[in-house]
Design a protein around this ligand. Structure first.
Ligand SMILES: [Zn+2]
Length: 303
């Protein structure tokens, strides 16, 4: 018999013990001990869906249109209309647009985003959708840890300080950057940050008390800004030292993403990369030790 379970999510537990509870209604929780991460092919934009082994679900960004709704429909059970946590990394159209429809269609328990001031109709629509959602809102600041349960955590790596109420129009370098950790497996989700924020993150990672000795080291890097040449510097790749990179990017996009410069940097560092424009949806499955990368064309198991 499936009982409604209370789960705890700890936002900023190190700083202020602001602990709140949320409930999960997913009856389809699979007790297989596996973390699943879906990098959806939503064209030129980001949309990342995470399902912890206990069934807790997180959506990070929503892509440039409502394609994410279709992707969620294909991934979640048809009766599951709850998402535990939505993270909006920054308010550019290719990240926030689909999230507005997600908030309308799903019951979202918690929302993490920088509540900046920005003069844009789209951002206004997002703010309105957030206002209509009866969700817990949390301000992202580096060091805060979100406990998804069953040993899975999301740690906020960037921004270093709250951006609430700050007026800004260019927000790439203020993207929310997160580390997803399950056992020995780590994924760094870099939003749309560019070289400037990569540098700040490297500097801050040396200052954070209790940071693991390997610093920013991660198995998988979701590269910043769709493979733009202004992101994914050699210095950053050296610090993160991923085995695998994932590029969320649209086919034949007008920005020329991903750039040859970034692809070459990845190759120079011996990093295998996947890209949604050519690989389609990219699914990562992990038991906390090993992980598997599944696309329509390949199935790679990494130990
Ligand atoms: Zn973007």
């Amino acid at each position: 018999m499936q009982s409604k379970k209370l789960k705890l999510i700890h936002l900023g537990i190190l700083l202020c013990l602001s602990v709140f509870a949320f409930s999960t209604h997913s009856a389809a929780q699979q007790k297989d001990g596996l973390l699943k991460i879906y990098f959806f092919d939503v064209g030129q934009g980001d949309a990342i869906f995470i399902e912890a082994p206990n069934g807790n679900q997180v959506l990070i960004d929503g892509g440039p249109d409502n394609m994410v709704v279709q992707k969620l429909g294909e991934t979640m059970p048809f009766y599951d209309k709850d998402i535990d946590l939505v993270v909006m990394t920054h308010s550019d159209a290719d990240h926030v647009t689909g999230l507005i429809e997600v908030l309308k269609r799903y019951e979202v328990e918690s929302i993490v985003y920088s509540n900046i001031v920005r003069d844009s109709a789209l951002y206004g629509a997002w703010q309105e959708a957030v206002g209509e959602e009866d969700a817990n809102i949390a301000d992202p600041v580096s060091g805060k840890v979100i406990d998804l349960g069953s040993g899975v955590t999301l740690t906020i790596v960037h921004p270093a300080e709250s951006l609430a109420s700050q007026k800004m129009e260019k927000t790439n370098n203020d993207s929310v950057v997160l580390t997803l950790k399950y056992g020995e497996m780590e994924v760094l989700l870099a939003g749309d940050i560019e070289a400037k924020a990569e540098r700040q993150i490297i500097l801050n990672s040396n200052l954070v008390e209790g940071a693991p000795p390997q610093g920013l080291n991660a198995d998988i890097l979701k590269v910043g800004h769709h493979g733009s040449k202004t992101s994914t510097t050699g210095e950053f790749l050296y610090e993160v030292s991923p085995q695998v990179a994932i590029i969320q990017v649209g086919a034949k996009n007008r920005y020329g993403h991903p750039t040859q410069e970034v692809l070459k940097r990845l190759e120079d560092y011996g990093i295998r990369y996947y890209r949604t424009d050519t690989d389609g949806d990219i699914k990562v499955v992990s038991d906390g030790e090993n992980y598997q990368i599944i696309t329509a064309n390949s199935n790679l198991l990494i130990f």
